[in-house]
Design a protein around this ligand. Structure first.
Ligand code: SF4
Length: 299
């Protein structure tokens, strides 16, 4: 295969994967929703879970997106320094987005800044959003795709607190945020919390936390305890599925952190909805690929 053929092949695979992510929820979300559905005792909340599963079933059978808001397409790239198509990857991700927009089809959610005109392709200035990490010297790349809806993860928040606010202040900010607009984000939610040193690092960490597979805990015991504590507190609020009250408000709470300046404590909150459409795919240098998030899926 020539280099052009390889590029076309990667566009093809990624386009199909973005299409699939819009229609089939990943294994971690499916497993958690199944668990929460079984735990639910309130009749109306049970009906909501039944509707969600009926919705997911129909989306798969009829090949239609799980939700009408297919979001802004975001990519989180973790690459080895020797992945041979790294220099072309930005263009490949743009083309894959356009391809999936037509095939799925995805809602047209890219409005060009300042002109306020919909591009009609889900591609515009700095959209799709791409975050890059060079993680090692290998020739592999992992790409996480996220479809960020206008009611859930796009309206995240971050703040920089004074040092005396401490972790209690960070937790208060999380609770205030969820009580304020969590209901708009179609619970049960995946809540990502970032503890950083400024508003942007905290926001980015909160997104990464939200994308961590459900069922994982932070390796630091204090962060893991914070995850449990926030989760229990948010469930006690009782928003329930779609905010109509019920046993569980959240599917998971994930916390990520970084060292911070002694005079500040940044906090970011990003929230994923029940239709938390994320997908992870790994390529090697020959473009052999493995789908990590949706076991048994075929493109
Ligand atoms: S919050 Fe999620 S499920 Fe609700 S409308 Fe937005 S994308 Fe769809």
């Amino acid at each position: 295969m020539t280099a052009i053929d390889k590029k076309t092949s990667m566009v093809e695979i990624l386009g199909k994967f973005v299409d699939l992510v819009s229609k089939e929820l990943p294994d971690d979300v499916m497993a958690k929703l199944t668990e929460l559905r079984e735990q639910e005792t309130k009749p109306l909340a049970k009906v909501i879970y039944d509707c969600m599963f009926d919705n997911m079933d129909k989306a798969k059978k009829l090949s239609r997106p799980t939700c009408q808001d297919t979001g802004v397409i975001q990519y989180f790239v973790r690459s080895g320094a020797k992945f041979p198509y790294l220099g072309q990857l930005r263009e490949i991700l743009k083309e894959a987005t356009i391809k999936a927009t037509k095939s799925a089809p995805l809602r047209l959610n890219a409005v060009e800044v300042f002109d306020e005109i919909n591009t009609g392709t889900n591609v515009g200035t700095n959209v799709p959003y791409i975050e890059w990490e060079i993680v090692d010297d290998s020739s592999n790349v992992e790409i996480e795709i996220y479809q960020a809806g206008g009611g859930c993860s796009l309206p995240g928040r971050s703040i920089v607190l004074p040092p005396l606010a401490g972790y209690e202040g960070a937790m208060k900010f999380v609770f205030d945020t969820i009580v304020d607009w969590g209901i708009n984000a179609c619970p049960p939610l995946v809540v990502g919390v970032g503890i950083g040193t400024c508003s942007n690092s905290s926001a980015v960490l909160s997104k990464r936390a939200m994308l961590r597979p459900i069922g994982t805990s932070h390796p630091h015991p204090k962060a893991a305890a914070m995850e449990i504590s926030i989760q229990e507190g948010l469930n006690a609020i009782g928003l329930g599925p779609q905010g109509i009250s019920g046993q569980n408000t959240v599917m998971a709470v994930h916390v990520e952190g970084m060292a911070h300046h002694p005079s500040v404590l940044g906090v970011g909150v990003t929230v994923g909805c029940w239709a938390n459409r994320h997908g992870m795919i790994r390529f090697d240098k020959e473009l052999n690929y493995e789908i990590i998030s949706h076991k048994g899926a075929h493109l």
